[in-house]
Design a protein around this ligand. Structure first.
Ligand SMILES: *Cc1c(COP(=O)(O)O)cnc(C)c1O
Length: 396
C-alpha cells in the first residue's frame, strides 16, 4: 500500500487527510495526482452492460475519476456526517442548486440578513417567481428564530459569519430551532471552510462552499461544492442530476490541488489576518474592526466555541471622513488590489455598503467601511502599504 491509497484505514488527522484522501495510486498508474479526465462518453463492453448502466462511470456529467478524487477528499474534510458532495460550476450555482433541490412552490425559506448578496438576489428573483417565499432574519437572533417559523418553513440559510459585515450567528441554536420545526439548515461555509468550521457536526444539514475562494486558493477557478448529510443527500444528488449541474475537469483538478495545501494556507491567513486586525484596531483612522477572531468582536465567544480558526477576510469601519479621502487612499495602495472575490494568495481591499439590501436589520456602521482580504504577503509590507494609504487619507 502506498501513502494516499484509499484502503488506508488509519484514523487520520485532518491535515493528513487533506494530503492523502482521494488518491488511488494504483488506478493512477503510480502518479501522485489523479488524471484530468476530459470526457462525456463512457464506453460499455457489452449491450447488456449498457442497458443496465453497469460500470464504475456512466457519463461525464455524472462523474469522472477526477471528480471522484475531489469528492473523496472533501468527504474526508467534512467528517463522518457527510453522506455526499455535489460539485457545481460556481459558489452561486452551489447555493441555487441546493435551494432548488429542496424547495417547491408554497414553501417558506428563512435567510440571514447578512447573506451574500447574490444569494438574496436568487431568493428575491427566481425563488419568488417559483412561488417560494423568503423571510430575512437578524443574524444575531439565536434561538428566538423559533417565532419566525410557519408550517410551510422548509429551510433556513445561514452564513457564518457574513462575508461583508461579519456578524456571527449562533448556528447550533438556530439549527436546533429549525430541526424542532422539521426544517433543513443550509450553511454557506465559504469563510471558514470545513477545516475551521465543521458545520455538519454542529447541526447543519447542507454545507455549501464557494470553492472559488479558499479551496481553489489561487484566484484561478470558479467552483462550488455542496456537502450534504444522509437526510439531505438524496434530494441534493437528484437536484444536481436533473438540473444538469457539473464542472469542467481542469477546475476540478485545480480544486483538488488547492485542497492539498489548504491547511498551511489557512493557518497563515489566520496568523496574518489576526496581526493585521490588531494593528488596524490601534490606528487612529479606524473606529472598529469587524473580525470574530478579535476578543473585542461581539461574535468572539461564538467563534471561539464553534470555530477552530479564522480566515483572512475581515472588514473595518473608518472614523467619519469624506468619501473622496477614502477613494484617494484606495487608489494609492500598491499591494492591496481592488477587486471582487477573495481566498487567493493575494491581498485585496474593497469599499462596501450593506445599506441598500438589508431588510431585517439596519446597517449603520457610523463611518465608511472597507473589506480586506489578507493574503500570503509579508505582514510588514502590508502594514507599510496601508500606513502609506492612511497618510493619503489624512492629506486628502
Ligand atoms: C464568492 C461567494 C459566493 C459565490 O461564489 P462564486 O464562486 O463567486 O459564484 C457565495 N458565498 C459567499 C460567502 C461568497 O463569498
Amino acid at each position: 500500500m502506498s501513502a494516499g491509497d484509499d484502503e488506508n484505514t488509519l484514523p487520520l488527522k485532518i491535515e493528513t487527510a487533506l494530503v492523502t484522501a482521494g488518491r488511488d495510486t494504483k488506478a493512477q498508474k503510480g502518479f501522485v495526482n489523479p488524471p484530468v479526465v476530459h470526457g462525456s462518453t463512457v464506453l460499455y463492453p457489452t449491450v447488456d452492460d449498457l442497458r443496465a448502466h453497469r460500470g464504475e462511470f456512466r457519463y461525464g456529467r455524472h462523474g469522472t475519476p477526477t471528480t471522484r478524487a475531489l469528492q473523496q477528499a472533501l468527504m474526508a474534510l467534512e467528517g463522518p456526517q457527510c453522506a455526499g458532495v455535489g460539485i457545481a460550476q460556481s459558489g452561486a450555482a452551489a447555493i441555487s442548486t441546493a435551494l432548488l433541490s429542496l424547495l417547491k412552490s408554497g414553501d417558506h425559506l428563512l435567510v440571514c440578513d447578512n447573506a451574500y448578496q447574490p444569494t438574496r438576489n436568487f431568493c428575491n428573483g427566481i425563488l419568488t417567481r417559483y412561488g417560494v417565499e423568503t423571510t430575512y432574519f437578524d443574524p444575531m437572533i439565536g434561538s428566538a428564530i423559533a417565532s419566525l417559523f410557519k408550517p410551510s418553513t422548509k429551510a433556513v440559510l445561514i452564513e457564518a459569519p457574513g462575508s461583508q459585515s461579519f456578524e456571527m450567528p449562533d448556528l447550533p441554536a438556530i439549527a436546533s430551532a429549525a430541526h424542532a420545526h422539521g426544517a433543513i439548515v443550509i450553511d454557506d461555509n465559504t469563510w471558514a471552510t470545513p477545516l475551521f468550521h465543521r458545520s455538519l457536526e454542529q447541526g447543519v444539514d447542507i454545507s455549501v462552499q464557494a470553492a472559488t475562494k479558499y479551496i481553489g486558493g489561487h484566484s484561478d477557478i470558479m467552483f462550488g461544492t455542496i456537502s450534504a448529510n444522509a437526510r439531505t443527500w438524496p434530494a441534493i444528488s437528484e437536484g444536481i442530476r436533473l438540473l444538469g449541474v457539473c464542472a469542467g475537469p481542469d477546475d476540478v483538478f485545480l480544486a483538488i490541488r488547492g485542497l492539498r495545501t489548504l491547511a498551511v494556507r489557512l493557518a497563515q491567513h489566520h496568523r496574518s489576518a489576526l496581526e493585521m486586525a490588531h494593528w488596524l484596531a490601534q490606528r487612529p483612522e479606524v473606529a472598529r474592526v469587524l473580525y470574530p477572531a478579535l476578543e473585542s468582536d461581539p461574535g468572539h465567544a461564538i467563534w471561539k466555541r464553534d470555530f477552530t480558526g479564522a480566515s483572512g477576510l475581515f472588514s473595518i469601519v473608518l472614523n467619519p471622513v469624506a468619501q473622496t479621502s477614502v477613494d484617494a487612499m484606495l487608489d494609492s495602495l500598491k499591494l492591496f488590489g481592488m477587486g471582487y472575490s477573495w481566498g487567493g494568495f493575494e491581498s485585496l481591499i474593497i469599499p462596501f455598503d450593506c445599506t441598500g439590501y438589508r431588510t431585517a436589520t439596519k446597517w449603520e456602521p457610523g463611518g465608511p467601511t472597507l473589506r480586506l482580504h489578507i493574503g500570503l504577503e509579508n505582514v510588514e509590507d502590508l502594514k507599510a502599504d496601508l500606513a502609506r494609504g492612511f497618510e493619503v487619507l489624512r492629506a486628502a
